[in-house]
Design a protein around this ligand. Structure first.
Ligand code: ADE
Length: 418
């Protein structure tokens, strides 16, 4: 079997991790049992470009048990858990092409290895696989039924492809499911970003001025958790509505110029370029820490740091110190890549349970509906979203009420007023 990983000898540790994550993924477990019994993905070829973690491993195993022939590569050069990759190959006979710390050339070589299996369904986190198939592997496009996309940044790229008429197969935007972004982007990113910063630096958050760039679902999640650990949170936003929401949520909201003078830690979560850029980097204080939680490593202006520093050295795993020409020291975590997946293990399994339940059911949906889907970006069907919420609640032992008949009638009537 074809694969490329760091060390197959790590499989034992990886298997333990995969089993540990599985305990916290009851919704995916239910889907896996159903897949095993009914084989809804029989003979389907699935190519996945996702963060290679213990949670992703559980998704890949579910697809395989559903009858799919699946291969996996990394969606970020730093996010692979090498032991998990080894176990997927050794214990579950799933093809994996991923090595933590791989260079750009290897990253794309691995994407091409997944494309070599001629996927009928693609799964992406950031749209790099879809982008490769639409540019350098166009000959495969005709054989693809559809694809899924996990993250906000990927969905933005794909909507732009659809708008420009260059999207050649249907996509289900997993990110847009409520059971994905309400939970994964907020509680997942909230906890795992703090986890990554703490594992990399071991700093005390209490009493620090913690600046978050972007108040979308991820920014909101990070803000809540940083506040909970005693930091004073400052939000930078370009959208007046989100800025207002942050202010009324109780945070300080200011401009980059103002925040630069006071911030101790800066974290970006915008999906945009150079948001921790020249304005902040020219005037930020000595010893500030910079981290990124957005999908690509474009959010911190590393070029500015390179051009305006005298030297750079690694001071701890995932911490680089830039000695600036004016004598200040600036610390960048995980080379500006996703700090939660590079310096920690990504979102906890319990939240990935819902995201990956959406992925698994969306793959099945694409397979079953391939003849009617158009070359568009679709939302996850509402029934799937609600089913996942219901199953997750059940797994937590939470019971909720139902509307009475009288209440249902009241809500659907327009005659009854004051
Ligand atoms: N994205 C964020 N956290 C993740 C995880 N634990 N596994 C896969 N993808 C992720």
């Amino acid at each position: 079997m074809d694969f490329d990983l760091k060390d197959i000898g790590l499989a034992g540790e990886g298997k333990n991790k995969i089993e540990w994550a599985a305990k916290e993924m009851p919704v995916l477990r239910g889907i896996r049992e159903d897949f095993l019994k009914n084989k809804p993905l029989k003979n389907l070829t699935v190519g996945a470009c996702l963060h290679v973690t213990s949670e992703t491993a559980n998704l890949m195993i579910a697809l395989k048990e559903g009858g799919a022939n699946a291969a996996l590569c990394a969606s970020n050069p730093l996010s692979t858990q090498d032991d998990v990759a080894a176990s997927l190959v050794e214990d579950f006979k799933i093809k994996v092409f991923a090595i933590k710390g791989e260079d750009n050339k290897t990253y794309y070589k691995h994407i091409n290895s997944v494309l070599d299996i001629k996927p009928q369904v693609t799964m992406d986190d950031g749209a790099d696989l879809i982008s490769a198939i639409h540019s350098s592997r166009k000959e495969l496009l005709g054989g693809v039924y559809g694809g899924t996309e996990e993250t906000t940044t990927g969905v933005t790229r794909l909507k732009s492809m659809e708008k420009n008429g260059v999207l050649f197969y249907p996509i289900v935007a997993v990110n847009d499911a409520k059971t994905k972004h309400f939970f994964d982007n907020r509680y997942g990113t909230g906890q795992s970003t703090i986890d990554g910063i703490l594992r990399a630096t071991n700093i005390l958050l209490a009493g620090k001025k913690f600046v978050i760039v972007g108040y979308g679902w991820c920014g909101r999640g990070i803000a809540t958790r940083a506040k909970g650990m005693g930091a004073s949170v400052i939000i930078l936003e370009v959208d007046p509505l989100k800025a207002l929401e942050a202010k009324l949520d109780g945070y300080d909201v200011m401009s980059s110029r103002e925040a630069a003078k006071v911030g101790d830690i800066f974290v970006s979560a915008t999906g945009n370029k150079n948001v921790i850029g020249e304005v902040i980097l020219t005037s930020c204080r000595d010893n500030v820490i910079l981290a990124n939680s957005g999908h690509f490593d474009a959010e911190i202006d590393l070029n500015y740091l390179k051009t305006n520093s005298k030297s750079k050295r690694k001071v701890r795993p995932f911490v680089e110190e830039y000695l600036m020409k004016d004598g200040r020291k600036i610390y960048v975590l995980a080379e500006g890549r996703l700090v939660n997946l590079s310096a920690a293990e990504g979102h906890p399994a319990s939240v990935m349970d819902m995201s990956f339940a959406n992925q698994a059911l969306s793959v099945k949906y694409i397979f079953e509906n391939s003849s009617s889907l158009l070359k568009k970006v679709y939302s996850v069907p509402e029934e799937i979203d609600r089913k996942i919420a219901k199953l997750k609640l059940e797994s937590m032992g939470v019971k909720i009420d139902k509307l009475t008949h009288e209440q249902e009638e009241y809500l659907s009537s327009w005659e009854i007023g004051t």
